[in-house]
Design a protein around this ligand. Structure first.
Ligand code: ADP
Ligand code: MG
Length: 201
């Protein structure tokens, strides 16, 4: 697998009088780990949601490998968006959480099983497949969210303040893990944070 090159061109988005995005332009190369540092309210989540297809920009363009994705629904963009807190379903097991996105897209059962198993193996949590999110540590929940993105075949990983829920030791460990996996899979990563130390690391 190879991560997509992501190009953001003069992206604008308003909510009423608030300019959440005011002409944002940048390029992230295929396989690059790109960090955006900014304070709370600076439009970071809006930017990631536009890239994921969960919000529509007012103007500007978003290209993957040179092709606009604005016309594509989220499930066709091959993007894994990891929101703060990871948004795992509390009433579903680890397995079900990772499989869910594939079920709703109508993948055949056999393929769902293969993809979920492979993704859980990659993050080292296959043995916790039957656990529920509340039975896992913060670091393990992070890895489940990552497995969910990987199972869906993401070419681009969007991390929205991924480490804020973790303590300092875990933060180091999870940071290393995400980078190792992203690198070995050739994924493009866009990581936003308000934490200067995290951004520098
Ligand atoms: P960040 O993630 O950097 O904290 P956001 O992208 O969430 O920033 O928000 C940027 C600005 O847009 C903030 O002023 C926020 O209040 C506003 N905003 C974000 N989403 C909405 C929304 N759905 N409706 C109205 N205002 C919003
Ligand atoms: Mg945010």
């Amino acid at each position: 697998m190879r991560g997509a090159k992501v190009s953001v061109r003069d992206l604008r988005k308003r909510y009423g009088a608030v300019k959440a995005l005011d002409g944002v332009t940048f390029d992230v190369e295929s396989g690059e780990y790109f960090v955006i540092l900014g304070p709370v309210g600076s439009g970071r989540s809006t930017l990631l949601k536009c890239i994921a297809g969960l919000e529509r920009p007012d103007s500007g363009d978003i290209l993957f490998d040179g092709e606009s994705v604005l016309g594509l629904p989220p499930e066709k963009r091959l993007v894994g968006y990891m929101p703060p807190g990871y948004a795992l379903f509390p009433h579903m097991t680890v397995w079900e959480n990772v499989a869910y996105g594939l079920w709703i897209r109508g993948y055949p059962r056999r393929e769902v099983e293969e993809r979920v198993e492979e993704a859980l193996k990659l993050v080292g949590l296959l043995h916790r497949a039957d656990s529920y999110p509340h039975q896992l540590s913060g670091g393990q929940r992070q890895r489940i969210a990552l497995a969910r993105a990987l199972a869906s075949g993401a070419r681009v990983l969007l991390l929205d303040e991924p480490l804020t829920a973790l303590d300092a030791v875990l933060t180091l460990e999870v940071r290393r893990e995400v980078r190792r996996l992203a690198k070995s899979l050739g994924l493009t990563v866009i990581h936003v944070t308000h934490n200067q130390e995290e951004a520098m690391a």
